[in-house]
Design a protein around this ligand. Structure first.
Ligand SMILES: *Cc1c(COP(=O)(O)O)cnc(C)c1O
Length: 371
């Protein structure tokens, strides 16, 4: 098999509408000459996202990380924040950018989300908030987390970068917590090249967030905070409006791929496919498998075997955030404090999943894992 016949299969490929479909949007921007700062596409995209997601207040951002940093500022979070080590590094980096100390708490072995049973023991007089992640788009135990937050008067900010379109208990998962943060990065289920958003519970909070992402400007002459420039441009917003039209079809394709993997891998000893976390609408953002002792190869040996065969899978999330140099000195970063996250991180491989991946390609990947 030559490389030409079998080009590499990446863990994800971006969703892209036909180029011709985007040209009229560009013409409209060129015509209007409104390039950024809450332009017509920005307004249209915010409204379209509210309708699509079933939420009331969306503030667009240039990327998810700026949205996370701003969400913490909007809630005036200081001191210590409880978070998960099993995530993309931006989750904890947003705390450091605000001078906040991350306190890592272990995850639930079933969902790989922050374990509510471990949160209380990590709370100190300095704790002001919890920053959980809906990992792989599987909702956290939002009810238990809110109960703990209420008891200790803590804020809850969800890193919902993986959770676009996910619903639980009959509503958007983004309606939970004090704020939720989305990412529209090219690698995510729904992308605007780069982009992100904060979902606020009410219009007043959204206004405050909107000031913070625009240097703190309230009007031409009034600046109320040392805000950042987090604004999304008209090009990205226009692209988002167009992308939304294709998202349902894309999710259907992801659902089919998810089903093919589950069927193909269901009886392979030592390979566990991660189940859902009880959500009623899933987004099939990732397809993580956990390579256990019973499998004949180690996780890394299987990972290399896939790579050698042109399957560019990824070890999300390895290393743990708590193992990176700026975090590993923290007492909560100790391996002994994070046994479940450590073992998941050593066992996980995310397999390719994206619209356009064919049954034959999935079958080839399954075959490599089975043999
Ligand atoms: C992608 C991601 C982010 C960062 O989003 P960007 O838009 O790339 O800045 C934050 N948290 C998690 C969990 C992510 O996966």
């Amino acid at each position: 098999m030559s490389a030409k016949e079998n080009p590499p299969i990446y863990v994800t490929r971006p969703l892209l509408p036909p180029l011709e479909a985007f040209l009229p949007y560009l013409e409209q921007i060129w015509e209007g000459k409104w390039l950024t700062n809450n332009g017509p596409f920005h307004q249209q995209f915010e409204q379209a996202l509210c309708d699509h997601l079933g939420v009331g207040n969306v503030s667009l951002f240039a990327n998810g990380t700026l949205a996370l940093v701003t969400a913490l500022q909007a809630m005036r979070i200081t001191g210590e924040v409880i978070t998960t080590p099993y995530s993309f590094v931006a989750t904890a980096h947003s705390l450091l950018w605000n001078g906040i100390k991350p306190v890592f708490v272990d995850i639930d072995p079933r969902t790989l989300n922050l374990d509510p049973d471990k949160i209380e023991a990590a709370i100190t007089p300095q704790t002001t908030a919890i920053l959980p992640v809906h990992c792989y788009g599987h909702p956290c135990d939002v009810a238990r987390i809110q109960e703990i937050a209420d008891n200790y008067r803590l804020k809850v900010i969800y890193d919902a970068a993986h959770a676009f379109g996910v619903r639980c208990n009959g509503e958007s998962v983004l309606r939970h917590g004090d704020l939720s943060v989305l990412s529209f990065h090219a690698t995510k289920v729904f992308n605007t090249f780069e982009g992100g958003a904060i979902v606020s519970p009410d219009a007043k909070t959204k206004r405050h967030v909107d000031h913070l992402k625009n240097f703190g400007f309230v009007d031409e002459v009034t600046v109320v905070a040392s805000g950042i420039n987090g604004k999304m441009s008209e090009i990205n917003a226009a692209f988002g409006v167009l992308q939304l039209k294709g998202i349902d079809a894309a999710l259907q394709q992801r659902q089919a791929i998810d089903g093919w993997y589950r069927e193909g891998l269901k009886d392979v000893a030592g390979i566990d496919c991660l189940g859902d976390a009880g959500e009623d609408v899933k987004n099939y953002a990732y397809f993580p498998i956990l390579v256990r002792q019973a499998y004949p190869l180690s996780r890394d040996a299987l990972f290399r075997k896939l790579r050698d065969n042109g399957i560019v899978a990824r070890r999300y999330f390895y290393p743990l955030i708590s193992d990176f140099p700026m975090y590993r000195g923290l007492p909560s970063a100790a391996r002994a404090n994070l046994p479940v996250a450590s073992s998941a991180s050593e066992a996980v491989i995310c397999l390719p999943i994206y619209p356009g991946l064919t049954f034959e390609q999935v079958d080839r990947i399954v075959g490599l894992i089975r043999n």
